[in-house]
Design a protein around this ligand. Structure first.
Ligand code: 5GP
Ligand code: ZN
Length: 140
C-alpha cells in the first residue's frame, strides 16, 4: 500500500490535482459529489491515502474514515430532500468496483426513484451454513 498511486484518479482528486465538488475535507479523508450520480447528492467518501480495498485497511483507519458517515448521511439526505439513503462500498471488479481506491457511496433515495439492484435471495443446503460459519470463524 502506498500513500498515493500515480495512475489513480481518486489520489489525484485527494491531492487536488483533479478538481472535485468537495463537501467535507480533513487531514485523512475527502467527501465529494460523484461525477455520474445515481441520484442528486450521490457522494463518495474516500481516505486520502491510497488503498485499493477495505480488507487492506486497518480497523483504526476504517474507523477514522467511517466516523463521518452518520453526519454526511444526514446532511446529504436532508440537502436534497430525500427520505432514504444507501451506503455502498464495493471491493473487487466482480462487486462493481471500477475505481480501485477505497470509497463509500452515499446515495440519497426516494420512493419510486427506480434505483435498486437484483437481490436474488438464496437458501443454504442442509449443513452448509454451519460449514461456512466455521470457516469464517476460523479466519477471524
Ligand atoms: P465504483 O464502481 O468503483 O464503486 O464507483 C466509482 C465511482 O466513481 C462511480 O460512481 C463514478 O461515477 C465515480 N467517479 C469516477 N471518476 C470520477 C471522477 O473523476 N470524479 C468524480 N467526482 N467521480 C468519479
Ligand atoms: Zn488512489
Amino acid at each position: 500500500m502506498s500513500t498515493s498511486s500515480s495512475d489513480c484518479i481518486f489520489c489525484k482528486i485527494a491531492s487536488g490535482a483533479i478538481p472535485s465538488a468537495s463537501v467535507h475535507e480533513d487531514a485523512d479523508c475527502l467527501a465529494f459529489l460523484d461525477i455520474a450520480p445515481l441520484s442528486e447528492g450521490h457522494t463518495l467518501l474516500i481516505p486520502k491515502r491510497h488503498v485499493a480495498r477495505i480488507e487492506e485497511m486497518s480497523g483504526e483507519d476504517v474507523a477514522r474514515l467511517t466516523r463521518h458517515l452518520p453526519r454526511l448521511a444526514e446532511a446529504i439526505r436532508s440537502a436534497v430532500g430525500a427520505t432514504g439513503l444507501n451506503i455502498l462500498q464495493n471491493n473487487g471488479r466482480e462487486s462493481g468496483q471500477a475505481v480501485f481506491h477505497v470509497h463509500f457511496h452515499l446515495i440519497p433515495r426516494r420512493a419510486d426513484d427506480g434505483l435498486g439492484y437484483r437481490w436474488n435471495a438464496g437458501k443454504y443446503a442442509e449443513g452448509r451454513a454451519e460449514q461456512i460459519r466455521a470457516a469464517i470463524r476460523s479466519r477471524l
